[in-house]
Each structure stands twice: as C-alpha cells, then as structure tokens.
Design a protein around this ligand. Sequence first.
Ligand SMILES: O=c1ccn([C@@H]2O[C@H](COP(=O)(O)O)[C@@H](O)[C@H]2O)c(=O)[nH]1
Length: 256
Amino acid sequence: MDQLTRRAQTTGSLLCVGLDPVGENVETRLREVVEQTAEYAAGFKPNLAFFLARPDGVALLQRLREWIPREVPMILDGKFGDIANTAERYAAFAYDIIGADGVTVNPYMGDDAIVPFARPGKAVFVLAKTSNKPAHSLQDEQLVRGGTLSDLAADVVQDLYPQHPDLGLVVGATNADALARLRQRCPELWFLVPGVGAQGGDLAATVQAGCRASDGLGLLINTSRSIWQAADAGAAARDLTEQINALRSERFSATI
Ligand SMILES: O=c1ccn([C@@H]2O[C@H](COP(=O)(O)O)[C@@H](O)[C@H]2O)c(=O)[nH]1
C-alpha cells in the first residue's frame, strides 16, 4: 500500500487501468494499452480469468509484468479463496511466478484464507461489497449480530489491519450507500473500486462516498472495458483521471 500511496501522490491519479484482454491481436493491444495509459495509472489490474482462458495465458501475464513500469503496482485480480495451505500456493503463483504487487481475495473461507497473501510490500484487496449487483442477496443479508455480510467482511479485514497494514477492500462503485458505510467502518483502508464505466457506477457518488477524509486518497478506481475498447486508450485514461480529480477537488475544496 506504500507503493500505491507513493504512486497516487506522484501521478496525482487514483485510476486503476483494468486489463481484461479479449479480441484480436491481444498481445499487441495489451502492450499498447499499458504504454498509452501508464502515465495516468495509479495501478494496473489484470483479471486472471482473461489470461487463463488463453493457451499461453500464464506466459502472457509474465510478459505483461515486464511491460508494466515497476513503479506502477500490478494487482492480479484472481479473487483467490481457499484453505491456508492452498492459499499459500496461490500466493506463490501470484507473487513468485507472476511478480504481482497485490491480489484480490475472496473472504468466504475466513481470515486464514486471507493471511497467506499478506507478505511485506504486497497489497491484498478483500472482496467486501462487489459491483455486480447493487443489491446483493448474499452480501446485503442482515446478520443476527447486526450489519450485513459485507460489513462483516470489512470488520474481519479491519481487525487484521493493525498486524497486516497492506490489507484493503474491494468495494464496487455501483452502490454508493454501501461504499459510504464501509468507508465509515474502515476510514484508513485502501479500497479497490470496480464498476465505473461499463457497469454504470456513479463516479461522482463514488468519489464523494469513498475518498479517505484524511488525505483524499484511499480509492483505486478501476475501469477495464471502457479503456480496452477505446479508440485512444491514453485519452480515455487521461479523461477519466481528470474527471476523478475534478470531483476530488470539489469534495476537498482544494486543487488535487
Ligand atoms: O466487485 C467486483 C470485483 C471485480 N470486478 C472486476 O473488475 C473488472 C471490471 O471490468 P469493467 O469492464 O470495468 O466492468 C473485471 O475484471 C471484473 O471481473 C468487478 O467488476 N467487480
């Protein structure tokens, strides 16, 4: 998370460029998108599924790692979630085979499915409130102890945070009320926020509800298809960065 904070501060950007490669000439396009967007990127987020669906997927991910400038964190979106000794193998894949700077993790199997990913200098974003359904039959379920299942996921991470300060949450942009609630519960955590662009998440509401009050950072706002499909990926990344920063300036009444 220190690397992410440094990157966000030096670029003045909270944009995460999602890399979900599909279509023709994937390798060329991937390289082009990285080259055109890197100056605006606080992070890159390749989604593992899009690579595993290719015969050369792991090798392509390794090449992608080389194209991404070292100062830009690469978060491997694998949504890993298994018992501890298996989680350790996934962590070895993500960090040692691919060279990712962070991962996404599914907390359904509990804290021992999360902790194996917590290595010094590696960011772990735990799914709390996903973007796929603004109202979610599982994550919005009210628990007997009070709060929802997504609140509970956030609480588990918040409890681990003092010992593992490189933990964060995945919180979708498609439900700003949930984002605000989780920001209140976890004031200092970094949130990886997918759902802007193709999924229709509200950017203004996301910035308003999700930025950290302490420093105006804390959000890594991801968009994948709207950059991948853009005729000019660099221009799409620049425009989105400028929109985010205009909203942050309004929110914090200062020039970001
Ligand atoms: O809650 C979540 C968690 C992960 N994702 C992933 O982010 C991108 C979103 O792609 P778009 O094209 O910008 O919609 C994709 O890789 C998802 O698997 C998510 O959307 N929501």
